[in-house]
Ligand binder design. Structure first.
Ligand code: NAP
Length: 472
């Protein structure tokens, strides 16, 4: 039998190993080559944390750990099988569960201590409980709303819901919740404190809903990463309540990474971060300026295939349309056709191409495009004038020169892939629709651009067929 001090030492070592693995897991996410290793490291770290908690001296409710494990596995397995396009809402659901756990732990600890031993409710603990409950429950309802909007749930309005004094009333609600929190920290066990705690829960749940309703469905990915940060912060507070260093570190990693990702996304979309934090952004944007009758120049498949064969350097810019068409495997065939001819082919991915962070990277990885041929936008832009052909596949906003040229347009200031500076551009899209930002794209009308209208998968399939025929 291992004695209890040795066992607590071993538990601490296991927690430390879990913390190191969590940090490595985040670090390995930096590169697609190490991303799989990162996922395994995260899973091992979580496994270690659960086993260490199971064997930790003083833990008596082992049955509850088993119940939680079974429930987690039962919910987690179906959630892991969702389609790639549903990953943002799946992620939102995970945050909702995290928020619920934090909120419930905060509530349970408060009522347990207030009933049995109010002296336990020190100022530090009570502050942590209030923050944990507030952030936990607002993350729960906010994330459920975000998941519902993204999934197109009928009874959740997809359009932003706006009303007068919205930000003011939201902030007033938050101020009342914080006021109740301060009261609870000062008077945790007074006669009216139970009621104040219940009101704090209700206000937090309501605030989560009100925070999300002014935001349009398509802007949800940014909001989801902010909710990720909130879930992380509530886990940090939970760590203080439960006296768990592991939770404090894991929550801080979660919170910081969510915050950093939201800032990166805001920058890449030229959004103001404070706007996102206080809601009220992402209203449906209307087409800017007057609608002018302009004419597209079209190219035939054989003409485009010929130009590609003649090129020395080709850049492929994938966008949301490639994901819609699921064209990634055809794109791989095209890549093979061109590279076997000795043509240099590079993929340039914009940080917000598609509808979720890493959307294009995942699709290209699925098609086994070599990582070395995927380059950063900043690395490729200076070389653009030397590129013979840029092939834009279902991308629009991320190659729209209006971001650099039209002051006041919704994407003005957003960094773009400067396809318009290349020698020739072929753009594949189905019709004349705008992209996510709802604005026209001058790139399609410039002298060097030629349209290949049609579904991306079909058009690239035709190009591959033509190139194979030319080869034979
Ligand atoms: P985009 O601007 O939305 O444009 C996509 C284009 O693809 C459309 O113009 C559409 O035109 C075309 N398309 C759709 N289905 C197609 C198909 N089956 N075959 C061929 N073309 C098709 O996409 P983007 O250039 O990738 O830019 C992403 C936008 O989403 C940015 O504005 C970004 O700020 C925003 N956003 C991104 C994220 C993120 O995390 N990545 C999150 C939120 C918002 P047709 O209908 O005419 O074919």
């Amino acid at each position: 039998m291992i004695d209890s001090s040795l066992m607590s030492g071993l538990t601490e070592v296991a927690y430390l190993a879990a913390i190191v693995l969590f940090i490595l897991a985040l670090h390995w996410m930096n590169d697609p080559r190490s991303a799989r290793r990162s996922v395994s490291a995260g899973a091992i770290a979580m496994g270690l944390a659960i086993v260490a908690t199971w064997v930790r001296p003083g833990v008596v409710h082992h049955l509850w750990i088993v119940v939680a494990l079974i429930a987690g596995v039962a919910v987690g397995i179906p959630l892991s099988r969702v389609a790639l396009t549903a990953v943002p809402q799946r992620t939102a659901l995970s945050h909702a569960f995290g928020g619920l756990a934090a909120g419930l732990v905060g509530t349970a600890k408060y009522f347990l201590w207030v009933g049995e031993d109010p002296a336990q409710l020190t100022t530090l603990r009570m502050t942590a409980i209030v923050l944990e409950t507030l952030l936990g429950f607002l993350t729960l309802t906010g994330s459920l709303m975000a998941a519902g909007k993204l999934h197109g749930v009928k009874w959740i309005p997809q359009q932003p819901v706006l009303y007068p004094l919205q930000n003011f009333s939201n902030l007033a609600l938050l101020a009342i919740a914080l006021g109740l929190g301060v009261y609870l920290v000062i008077e945790p066990a007074a006669a009216g404190s139970h009621l104040a705690f219940a009101a704090l829960i209700v206000l937090s749940l309501a605030f989560g809903v009100l925070l999300i309703i002014p935001i349009g469905g398509a802007d949800m990915p940014t909001v989801i990463s902010i909710l990720n940060a909130y879930a992380g912060l509530s886990a940090v507070a939970m760590g203080f309540v439960l006296d768990s260093r592991l939770l404090i570190v894991a929550g801080a990693l979660d919170g910081a990474s969510g915050l950093i990702l939201s800032i990166i996304m805001c920058k890449a979309m030229n959004r103001s971060f404070t706007n996102v934090l206080f809601g009220g952004f992402g209203q449906t944007q209307v087409a800017a300026g007057h609608v002018e009758q302009r004419h597209y120049k079209e190219e035939t498949i054989s003409g485009a295939a010929h130009a590609l064969e003649q090129a020395r350097r080709v850049v492929i810019v994938p966008g949301y349309g490639m994901a819609v068409a699921q064209a990634q495997h055809r794109v791989r065939e095209l890549y093979d056709q061109l590279t076997t001819r000795g043509i240099e082919v590079k993929f340039v991915i914009h940080p917000v191409a598609g509808r979720m962070p890493g959307h294009m990277n995942v699709l290209l990885a699925e098609a086994e495009i070599p990582y070395d041929d995927i380059v950063e936008m900043d690395e490729m832009n200076p070389d653009m004038p030397q590129i013979d052909v840029v092939l834009v596949i279902g991308a629009n906003d991320v190659v729209n020169p209006a971001a650099q040229q039209q002051k006041g347009c919704p994407i003005y200031g957003m960094p773009i892939i400067e396809a318009h500076r290349a020698k020739t551009v072929f753009a594949i899209k189905r019709g004349k629709s705008t992209g996510f930002a709802g604005i026209d794209n001058d790139l399609y009308f410039q002298d060097e651009t030629f349209m290949l209208f049609g579904d991306a998968k079909a058009v690239i399939g035709e190009l591959v067929k033509q190139l194979s025929a030319d080869e034979g």
